[in-house]
Write a protein that binds this ligand. Structure first.
Ligand SMILES: [Mg+2]
Length: 325
């Protein structure tokens, strides 16, 4: 006889293993002859639950610990920005190439390949960066959610944005300073969302989008050079037509004046449009089809805490996505 045991993600019960486990079809099976007697197993399980105070580990614990404590996180971010920095001069001078799929299409060209019409347009070379978990590290906010046993909520996030305490992502500052030195425009496109606050920040002149002022200030307190103009930071909902978390229209707005020579972000949606909300399989296929752009025109940072990758895990329990063989 085989007894099936459901493996609950991140629960102490799910991590409690004994006997010989065999993985079959998304479930863990235990062979009867290798198992302890049922009474012993139940006693052990009860002891474990009582010892753990019946607490269940927060969903983001490992991800936030990785960001906040691992040298690997630091090294990964530094690596991405080092590679991007090594491409700055080359891409600035390649006036006939864009990193943006839509901008290439508007000239009848393909992304990452020579496009004479683009060169003739004489656009200003620009790097387009996401903000959160690309240049600003918000892991303190994530850590507070864990500490308080809370999940992400818009109000709590807006309080965090107004605190302006996010810190720089490793490697980003040196990259942005180098981009400016190379005469490349630096433009931020973020899904921080404009919304009216009942309590307006002191000195805020932009009452319809206090989040913009907060973000501009946070970038400076994190050590980034002040923006050449407030237009170089574009928030979600800053214009009525920019209400979507899809960044396509905002990139199209940038593309009227700038040649998007490089895209940098922690989410697939920072690199391309209408892909982040597709399935796990479609997202993987998209990356495979565009792998030649990665590390050359597109630069992806790692974010295990949140992102559209989590949204793709829908339609069935998350543990059903685990590959067991
Ligand atoms: Mg981000």
């Amino acid at each position: 006889m085989l007894i099936s045991v459901r493996h609950y993600k991140n629960s102490p019960v799910g991590k409690f293993r004994f006997g010989n486990q065999k993985a079959t079809g998304g479930r863990l099976f235990y062979s009867e002859q290798t198992m302890l007697p049922m009474k012993t197993r139940l006693t052990l399980l009860l002891c474990f639950v009582l010892a753990s105070g019946c607490s269940v580990q927060h969903d983001s614990m490992n991800a936030i610990l990785w960001i906040q404590t691992s040298a690997e996180y630091q090294s990964n971010s530094e690596m991405v920005f080092n590679v991007a920095e090594s491409r700055l001069t080359l891409l600035r001078d390649k006036q006939d190439v864009t990193a943006d799929i839509d901008q290439a299409k508007s000239f009848g060209c393909n992304v990452g390949t020579s496009c004479p019409g683009l060169a003739a347009a004489g656009l200003i070379p620009a790097v387009v960066l996401d903000v959160d978990e690309t240049v600003l590290d918000n892991s303190v906010f994530g850590a507070r959610l864990i500490e308080n046993g809370e999940q992400w909520k818009p109000g709590a996030w807006d309080d965090w944005v107004s605190e302006k305490s996010a810190t720089p992502v490793p490697g980003a500052l040196a990259f942005i300073e180098r981009a400016r030195d190379e005469g490349v425009a630096v433009i931020y496109v973020t899904n921080r969302r404009c919304s009216v606050r009942e309590r307006i920040s002191e000195g805020s002149s932009n009452q319809s989008c206090p989040q913009k002022l907060d973000t501009l200030e946070n970038l400076v307190t994190a050590g980034y050079p002040p923006l050449a103009s407030a237009d170089m930071l574009i928030l979600q909902g800053e214009q009525p037509e920019w209400d979507s978390s899809e960044k396509q229209l905002r990139r199209q707005h940038i593309a009227k004046r700038y040649r998007i020579m490089m895209l940098i972000g922690d989410d697939l949606g920072d690199l391309a449009s209408n892909i982040k909300k597709t399935s796990v399989e479609e997202r993987a296929r998209f990356v495979s089809n565009h792998q030649s752009l990665l590390g050359r025109y597109w630069f992806q940072l790692t974010n295990p805490a949140y992102g559209s990758w989590r949204g793709a895990l829908s339609g069935k329990p998350a543990q059903d996505y685990l590959r067991l063989n």
